[in-house]
Design a protein around this ligand. Sequence first.
Ligand SMILES: NC(=O)c1ccc[n+]([C@@H]2O[C@H](COP(=O)([O-])OP(=O)(O)OC[C@H]3O[C@@H](n4cnc5c(N)ncnc54)[C@H](OP(=O)(O)O)[C@@H]3O)[C@@H](O)[C@H]2O)c1
Length: 254
Amino acid sequence: MSEALHGTVALVTGASSGIGEAAARALAAHGAAVALVARRKDRLEHLGAEIEGNGGRALVLLTDVTDASQARAAVEQTVADLGRLDIVVNNAGVMLLGPADEAPLDEWERMLSLNLGGLLNITHAAIPHLLRAADAAPRRVADLVNVSSVAGRVARPNAAVYDLTKFGVSGFSESARQEFARRHLRVAAVEPGVVLTELTDHIRDGVREATRERLGSIEGLESEDVADAIAYIVTRPRRVALNEVVIRPTEQDW
Ligand SMILES: NC(=O)c1ccc[n+]([C@@H]2O[C@H](COP(=O)([O-])OP(=O)(O)OC[C@H]3O[C@@H](n4cnc5c(N)ncnc54)[C@H](OP(=O)(O)O)[C@@H]3O)[C@@H](O)[C@H]2O)c1
């Protein structure tokens, strides 16, 4: 357990599984109090109990981040209960791959409303609190970490709308970085390649197995590998900002 984030508060979306769960655990291990945001109560409560059992502090917030009022309530509840907000990890996302000419419109809408809408809902509510934390002890710097993807850098077939959302996250992050740099709110886009999580579970029948076969042809990253990168980003000295981090499995040649 390090003390690098002692006295700070982090909010992680999508903390009930995969990268978000690992990131919440990693930030708590560095001493941050952590607000755990997602919809699955049992998973969040289990993680919250684990963090508290290890001497940390966790707040479970059952939240659908696609709903702007729920997202705002999660941010406000974090500040009310934990006292401040220094770090936001916008991680919740869904990847519904498949040929565009067969895609149900509903899948495109789900990706837009979560990968972009959810991120924007949380960010909009969080900015004033992050700017306040960026001006305050103990760190005098704050962090907005947006989980994008290699799919936010390189477009591929069968991923048009997922790519659209992740290119959007990368673009939004760079613009926000420039806007907030002088106020010490650091903005980072984290762009993982293949990570072994539940992400492919939601892909429709007929596409899911082929996708898993393709992604499974290499040794993928563990969620903890990406969480390590996130923890590294937010534990840098005040003068250091990692703005874009691509993290691929060694064997990923695309
Ligand atoms: N796995 C990869 O290969 C990979 C690669 C690059 C980027 N990424 C990105 O990494 C992020 C995390 O994905 P993952 O791989 O860790 O997948 P995951 O295990 O499926 O995690 C997705 C998380 O999002 C949450 N979520 C879904 N809908 C939500 C909603 N409406 N409101 C709040 N939370 C919601 C889920 O929790 P609930 O269902 O409990 O709400 C879950 O905790 C995503 O943005 C994904 O695009 C993943």
